[in-house]
Design a protein. Sequence first.
Length: 173
Amino acid sequence: MNYNKSGLIILLASVFFSFAWFIYLVFFSTHMELAELEQGSVLPVNDSTAGAVDVSQIKDPWISSEVLIAHGSRVYQTYCASCHGKTGLGDGLAAAGLKPAPRNLITGEWKKGGDSISMYTTLVQGIEGSSMVSFSYLSKLDRWALVHYVRSITKDKVEDNIEKLKEFAKTAK
Ligand code: HEC
């Protein structure tokens, strides 16, 4: 009988590798992930899995932290990047033609002040006569996280008065 020998070898090889891959996926890769999670490994903050970090339990969100900055950067990409740009340069897709132009958050030069209280207030009130609207519909925590994020990327970081900030945070909407 005549058959294509190399074809048969390729077929057998691919069956073998599919099977080996299946075994790997079922018995090795998932077990590795589970084992890692069981060890209580800390999730990295700056990649896509960071969404799994629960920030909702943070008691004093007005105090900046790596976790809140990372959370702020995600909120920023959703609500702010369209105007202020992915990296804060004021060059978002929706920025063209806006007057006044969205602030370049890296260079800053704030109208309303760059300290945390002012920036938080800007997020609550918006800036009249501009497309910078109020973001009071975001949660308090999201707004604080945004303030921490913007202050982490700007070159125009205005010093906070910590006592004042603490007082402000007690009553801030
Ligand atoms: C629709 C476009 C738009 C969106 C979306 C937007 N902004 Fe703005 N933003 C502006 C414009 C325009 C200005 C400048 C207003 C001005 O100069 O009067 C501004 C100004 C600012 C300023 C500068 C305030 C100051 O004192 O100078 C900050 C900080 C800021 N935005 C943060 C944010 C954050 C954080 C978000 C996301 C929650 C956001 N913006 C979403 C358009 C936008």
